[in-house]
Design a protein around this ligand. Structure first.
Ligand code: FAD
Ligand code: COA
Length: 413
């Protein structure tokens, strides 16, 4: 595994930085204040070829890697968190699930939408199934040659602006027998039963709507079922495996926000004078800056490693453990770095006339959305211990019973 970027990758990074530091930076405060989806930024990303980067050439994309898409994400997020998130969802998550699991028809459809600037929505979370995502109750009932979906999701990023939706639902056959969990594709404006609910008033990342979505007899034809490779029975595991790409992307937005805050703090420390000296001359602040740089470098290395793990060990997606480790580390790092950088600005850090409070508010999300830092620790623990770690009471009791009978059997032998 190499950490040296190729010439081509450096060129992508530089082009992204150029756009991010001009148009995206100019719009950032207004996007936050107006809470409006940044369509101008989406156009800039689209014109630059920074959407649908991971779409293979045969479907009209440039066939780039997750690493390359993440280079763009970091640059965008360093100036504007919402734009970083748009770059994630236009390159990872739902679109990569479709590109790897979809039929030819689905790939063409999704590629066309995303390459034209759509940021697909991924619909997993429900009011009673957040961390416990596998306990979702949204159901898809087979009725002839279609599925009828009923249920409610909330905290759906891009609700009301995204066209393509990937909806996770519990699947039932015509006899009401549960088959597992599947992915269902629906396009806003073309599907009557896809209804927009209330928008959440969020702390940060205000340019992207987070909304409820209601499915009221939403009809999904069979050709829009995203069939997981191992079928509905293991559908949840397959779909979550695809979701690992988005976890790396989310970590990279947090990284970008930390980088933005650190860069501002570095400049400010050289300019701001107190006691007749630039504050950068005080060792207390020098060590804060040094710590920020260490944390950022470590986070970036971990995320790049996670992104590069895609395609290895038989999976086209980033390794689940590395994706979770990367998101835990980076999301927590970003909380610290954005807050320390804000601290270095003194009162100015607390003012909405400066970007520091926005960066800190935006960073606050990443230990929550996309798998909380606690849940991801359970994912990591389960994998490093090579143990199933059921979180439901019944699951835990069943495991304990199995262990007890195994021990009793061993003792009897
Ligand atoms: P809960 O699951 O209720 O958790 C509450 C607390 O309990 C947390 O601290 C959690 O860590 C802890 N906890 C829960 N279970 C355990 C456990 N077993 N062990 C230890 N601690 C535990 N979802 C989507 O489907 N699509 C989206 O596009 C989307 N976008 C989002 C955007 C934002 C800005 C946010 C904030 C959320 C978004 N989400 C989205 C939802 C997000 O993924 C969930 O919020 C997250 O999975 C946590 O679920 P919850 O909020 O219901 O918290
Ligand atoms: N990558 C690959 N496989 C995954 C996975 C991931 N990210 N998450 C779960 N799986 C697999 C598990 O390995 C398991 O496979 P196995 O049967 O071969 O052991 C299967 O899916 C079921 O997972 P398990 O951990 O047993 O499920 P659970 O019911 O205990 O639920 C999760 C735990 C997965 C729901 C929880 O860890 C989680 O990720 N919650 C956060 C949800 C989230 O990120 N929402 C974001 C919305 S945008």
């Amino acid at each position: 595994m190499t950490f040296n970027l190729t010439k081509d990758q450096i060129e992508i990074q530089q082009r992204a930085r150029q756009i991010a530091s001009s148009l995206i930076a100019e719009n950032a405060a207004e996007v936050d204040k107006s809470e409006q989806y940044p369509w101008d930024n989406v156009k800039a990303l689209t014109d630059a070829g920074f959407v649908g980067m991971t779409i293979p050439k045969e479907y009209g994309g440039p066939g780039r890697s997750f690493l390359e898409a993440n280079l763009v994400v970091e640059e965008m997020a360093a100036y504007c968190g919402p734009t970083g998130r748009i770059a994630v969802e236009a390159n990872m998550g739902a679109i990569s699930a479709v590109m790897h699991y979809g039929t030819d028809f689905q790939k063409r459809l999704a590629a066309e939408l995303v390459l034209a600037g759509d940021k697909p929505a991924i619909c997993i979370t429900e009011p009673d199934a957040g961390s416990a995502a596998s306990q979702m109750t949204t159901r898809a009932d087979k009725r002839g040659d279609k599925y009828v979906i009923n249920g409610k999701k909330h905290w759906i990023t891009g609700g009301g602006v995204s066209k393509l939706h990937l909806i996770f639902a519990r699947v039932f056959d015509e006899n009401n027998v549960e088959l597992g969990i599947g992915g269902f594709l629906a396009i806003r404006g073309e599907a009557d039963g896809l209804k927009l609910g209330a928008r959440e008033p969020t702390m940060g990342l205000r340019g992207i709507p987070e909304t409820e979505l209601l499915f009221e007899d939403l009809e999904v034809p069979e050709n829009m079922v995203l069939m997981p490779p191992s079928g509905f029975k293991r559908g949840f595991a397959d779909l979550m495996n695809a979701y690992n790409s988005q976890r790396v992307g989310a970590g990279t937005v947090a990284l970008g926000l930390a980088v933005g805050a650190y860069r501002n703090a570095l400049e400010f420390a050289k300019e701001r004078e107190q006691f007749g000296r630039p504050i950068a001359e005080f060792q207390g602040l020098q060590w804060m800056l040094a710590d920020m740089s260490v944390q950022i470098e470590a986070a970036r290395s971990l995320l790049h490693k996670a992104a590069l793990s895609a395609g290895q060990n038989g999976s086209p997606f980033p390794d689940p453990t590395l994706a979770a480790q990367g998101k835990i580390f980076t999301s927590e790092m970003a909380l610290k770095v954005t807050n320390d950088a804000l601290q270095m600005f003194g009162a100015r850090g607390y003012s909405r006339n400066y970007p520091m409070e926005r960066l800190a508010r935006d960073a606050r999300m990443f230990t929550i959305g996309g798998g909380t830092a606690q849940i991801l620790r359970t994912v990591v623990a389960s994998r490093i211990l090579e143990m199933k770690l059921p979180q439901t009471r019944e699951g835990f009791l069943q495991m304990a019973e199995r262990e007890a009978s195994k021990k009793a059997l061993q003792a009897a032998e």
